[in-house]
Design a protein around this ligand. Sequence first.
Ligand code: IVH
Length: 723
Amino acid sequence: MAILHFTVSKYAPRMNNLRYYTELTSSLSRLAAEGKVPFAEIDALRDVLRFHEHRYQILNDPLIADVEYDQLFKALEKLEKEHPESIRPDSPTQRVATGLSKDFPTVAHLVPMLSLENSYDADDLLDWDRKARELTGLSELAYCVEPKFDGASISLIYEGDLLTRGATRGDGVQGDDITVNIRQIRSVPLRASFSRYGINQIEIRGEVLINKSNFAKYNAQLAESNLPPMANPRNAAAGSLRMKDPKEVSKRNLEAFLYHVSYYTIVGEAITPGAAVGLPESTVHDAPHTHSGMLDMLWDLGFRSPKQERRVFNGIAEVIKYCHEFEENRDNLPYEIDGMVIKVDDLGLQDKMGMTTHHPRWAIAYKFKARQATSKLRKVEFQVGRTGSITPVAKIDPVPIGGVTVSSVSLFNEEVVRDKDLKIGDTVLVERAGDVIPYIVRSQPEVRTGEEEDIIFPTHCPVCSDALFKPEGEAVWRCININCPAQVVERIIHFVSKDAMDIRSLGEANVRRFYEAGWLKDVPGIYTLPFDQFSSLEGFGKKSITNLQSAIEASKTQPLHRLIFALGIRYVGETTAKTLAQTVDHILDFTEWRLEQLLTLEDVGPKVAGSIYQFFHNEDNLHMLRELEKLGLTLKRSQPENIPGGGSLKDQSFLFTGTLSRMTRSEAEALVEQQGGKILGSVSSKLNFLVVGEDAGSKLEKAKKITSIRILTEDAFLDMVSK
Ligand code: IVH
C-alpha cells in the first residue's frame, strides 16, 4: 500500500499522553473559569474535550469532574458563537441537538446486514467447527470470540474520517437514517482517523445498548411519572434510537459497541488535505487482515469495540471453554449480553467461506441459556414506596431463572395487571434479564382451570390504613399520609443511597433495623443515632460502629446537589438536583421562589416546578431542612470563596485517607499540587482539608477532634478543585 504523508496538526490527539492532557486541561480550565479562553486555543479546547469524552465514555476512567468538563464545554460554545465560521461538524458541541427530527428517511446499507446462525451447546459448536474446517480445507482454525451484545443493531458510515450516516438495521437491506440520534451517543466518535489506515470510506456495524444501571434509573423515572416501565434494556435502546427528539435521546445515556467492518475503500496517494487535520500520529498502518485486528483498530480510533473482551483461540475447544466462562460471568457485566459470537479470525478465509442468504458461514452465535421460566402466581402483595405509591408485587412459586431463584415479581401498577390479564392462580411466563428486575412477560389464559381469581386492589394503605387516593389521569394509587411508616423508611433509604448522600455502611437493612428498634424515626435522626446502644446489636462490632460514624460524619459535607437529590422531591432526579444546586446560594432560598421563576430553569417543566414549589412550601420539610443544618449539614452551595486565591488551592494543605473511587490517591495529590496546594503526611492543626474515601481509618478520627480541619468527601473535593 502506498505510504501516505500527513502533516500532524499542532493539536494532534495523543490519547495516551496523560501528562500532556492533564497540563493542557488545567491551563484551559483556569482560563475557562475566568471566562478568558483566547480564540487561538479553540482547537486545543476541542481536542481536550474529545480526550475527556474518550476517557469517560470508552475507557470508563474519567480524569476530571463533570462540572469541569461542563465549564470547558461552555467555553467552547462561547468561542464558537463568537466565531461561527470556525465550527466543524466534528466539534464536541455539534452533538447538541436542535429541533425535532421529522420522519427518518429510508436508506440502503452498503452491504446487507445479515443475521447469525445460532448454536446452543458444545455439540453445535463442534459441528460448526467441523464444517468450517471442511470449507477452508484447514485442520485447525483461529477463532475470535466476543460477546453478543443484546441491544439494537446499527450501521455507521465514515467518509474522510467524519461520521456521515448512522442507520438502523431495518429489514437488513434498508434501514432508517437516524444520524441525528446516533450523534447523541457519546461513545460514537464524530471523527475517527481511518485515513491513518489508508481507509477513505468505511461501513461499521454495532449494537446500541443502555447499560443496566441507566436502565434501572430510567425505569425508576418512568415509574415516578406513572408511565409503564420498559420491559428490558433491548427494547429501551431500540425505542430510544427512534425517538423524534434527539435531546431526549441524549438523556438516555446510550452506548454503542462496534464489532464488525462490513465494507471499506482504500485511498490512493492523493488524500484530501483537510482529512489530515488532527491526526493522532504521523504513523500510517495497513488496514488489518484479521477480524481481531479490525476490533483493535476500532478501539485505537476511539470506538468502544470489544477489544478487552475478545479472545483469539486456535481450535474450538478453547472457544467452548471461554463461552462457558463468559456465561457464568454475565451478571457481573454492566450491560446485557445474550451469548457469544465466534468468528473466523482471518478476513481472507472469511471471504473464501462466503455467506448464505441469511447468515455468514464464517460466524456463529452461541446463545446463553434462556432467562425465562413458567411459574404459578399465588398471591399479590401491595408495597408502599417513598412517595406513597402503591406497587402490586406478585408472589410466585419459586423458580430458578439464570442461576437465581425468583419468587417475587413487581407488577408496577394496576394498568399493567389489567393489560397482562393476570389472575391469582395463573400460569405466568417470567423473564429475568441479568441484574434487571424480573418481570412477568404474560399470563397463559389457555391453561386456566376456571378456579383463578381476580386481583383486587386495596382501598386503604396496607401499612397505615389511611384511604388510598388515585390522582386523575394517573395509573398509580397513593397513600397520601406523609407520616406513613412505610414512606418514612423508604425516604431514609433513598437519602443514604449511593447516588444521594452515599452513606454506604447505612444500607437498606440497617435503616429498617434501626427504625424498628426506634432509634431512627426520620432523616435528621441519621445524625443523632444512639451509637452507645449499638453494642447490643448482633453483627455490630467496634469497627463497624466507627465506620458508620465516619461515613455519617463525612456525608455532612456532601455537595449541595447530592443533598437536594437525597431529599427525594418528586420528579427531581440527579440532573435537576444539579441545576437547583447551582441556582441558589442556600437551599432555603427556594422558599422565596415563585412558580414562574422555577419554570425558567433548564429542564424544569410545569410538573417538576409544581413539585419543587410544593416541597419548599411545606412546613414539615422546612423544619427538617433547618434541623439538618443545625446538625452540621452543608445547605449552602460549595463556595469558591472559601478557598483563598479565588479558586486555586494556594497555601491550602490536604491529606487523603481511605480508598478513593474516582481516581488514585497519587492522581488526587497531583491535582492538589497543580493548583498550588500542599500535601501533608499526617493530621495536625496545620491541616486544612482531610479528603475521606471509603473505609477511612484513624486519620478521620483524629481530624474530627481538630475543629479547624474541614472533612471532605471525594465528590466535595472534586467540586472544589474544579472551581
Ligand atoms: S456480527 C455479518 N458480532 O446479533 C455478521 N453480531 O442475532 C454481522 N450482534 O444481527 C454480525 N453482538 O445485530 C456480530 N459481537 C457481535 C454481535 C452481533 C450482537 C447482533 C447483530 C446480529 C445479531 C444476530
